[in-house]
Design a protein around this ligand. Structure first.
Ligand code: NAP
Length: 304
């Protein structure tokens, strides 16, 4: 049986809002940490989820602009572009010995979180889902649209106490989501990164969905997958280019990356956390990545 947890969620957006609503519906105490306007709306009207997997439901959550009391875990669910500003809402002294569970894409944020909070409480995870926050409007709840029909979270416990990470995974699993504790943080983070980077960089650079990347930019896709898997391996995470390509080929042709959606909507991109981090890791390990370097440069030159 799962015990009742108190979980803070920094950034109740697409993923944070979905997990906050699921945990609250399951009976856990959830405190969403957000900017003033969002915190105000959440306190009054809560979260409303529209989900292919879980149906439509409302969930009441507490909300604040800053963490003011100890919690069992703090999920970090902002984008990289706002991570530093958002973390000021989670003072290390208040957080105490709570687990810090970042779910951002990318590979560099765990080091900065370990520099800021207790390194032996940082338990990075990766999440596979498609979930978008709509609104909030002037009135009414914050609406989360969960479109993927699944939500899968891999948590890691390389430095954090495994039983506590397992308790969080159990709590997430009991909501109906899929959650597990996996063995190796580097492998988990790079598995996501190695899939995401080619998909995000190519769809965003050319402004086309994955199907067109597969056909019109096949050679570049294959080169980029080879570069990314080489960097992943150099960082200590196994990666297989043939398997990666097979995964892209199995995706629906209309699939778009979230970086591409951000570009279309004029929002800041997580380009540095994905492309920038890939180039920095390649440089550290002396792995040549000419295609990745050109794509990142072209995206930066385009003002991203
Ligand atoms: N969405 C997905 O399907 C998905 C899937 C896998 C991985 N990811 C990764 O998960 C991470 C989060 O993505 P997301 O799509 O959930 O982002 P999102 O929908 O944009 O949500 C980010 C949240 O952060 C909040 N925020 C921004 N600045 C803040 C600040 N200074 N203080 C407190 N809160 C702040 C935003 O709320 P306000 O604007 O109201 O402040 C928003 O609720 C990213 O790294 C993304 O790559 C997302």
């Amino acid at each position: 049986m799962t015990s009742t947890l108190t979980v803070a969620v920094l950034g109740p957006g697409g993923i944070g809002g979905l997990l906050a609503a699921l945990l609250s519906r399951s009976g856990h105490r959830v405190i969403c940490l957000a900017r003033e306007a969002t915190a105000h709306t959440l306190s009054g009207s809560g979260l409303q989820v529209r989900s292919r997997q879980f149906g439509d439901f409302g969930a009441a959550v507490e909300a604040d602009t800053e963490l003011r009391e100890p919690v069992d875990a703090c999920l970090i669910a902002v984008k990289h572009t706002t991570l530093d500003a958002a973390l000021t809402r989670v003072p290390p002294a208040v957080l105490g010995d709570a687990l810090v569970v970042p779910l951002l894409n990318g590979v560099e944020h765990p080091a900065s979180l370990r520099a800021r909070y207790r390194p032996d409480r940082v338990a990075p995870g990766v999440i596979r889902v498609e979930s978008t926050r709509l609104g909030p409007g002037a009135t009414g709840p914050v609406v989360i649209e969960h479109g993927s029909g699944f939500v899968e979270t891999d948590l890691t416990a390389d430095t954090a106490p495994r039983p506590r990470v397992e308790a969080l995974a159990d709590a997430l699993s009991a909501t109906g989501a899929t959650a597990r504790v996996v063995e190796d943080e580097t492998t988990a983070l790079w598995a996501k990164m190695a899939f995401l980077a080619p998909f995000a960089l190519l769809t965003t650079r050319y402004g086309v969905p994955l199907g067109e990347v597969r056909t019109r930019h096949r050679e570049e896709l294959e080169s980029l997958v080879a570069e990314t898997t080489a960097v992943s391996r150099a960082c200590g995470a196994p990666a297989d280019p043939a398997q990666a390509l097979a995964r892209y080929d199995a995706f629906p042709p209309a699939a778009k990356s979230s970086m591409q959606r951000d570009a279309e909507a004029g929002r800041p991109l997580e380009l540095d956390a994905v492309g920038g981090a890939l180039l920095r890791a390649a440089d550290r390990h002396g792995v040549p990545v000419p295609v990745a370097a050109r794509l990142v440069e072209e995206l930066r030159a385009a003002g991203h």
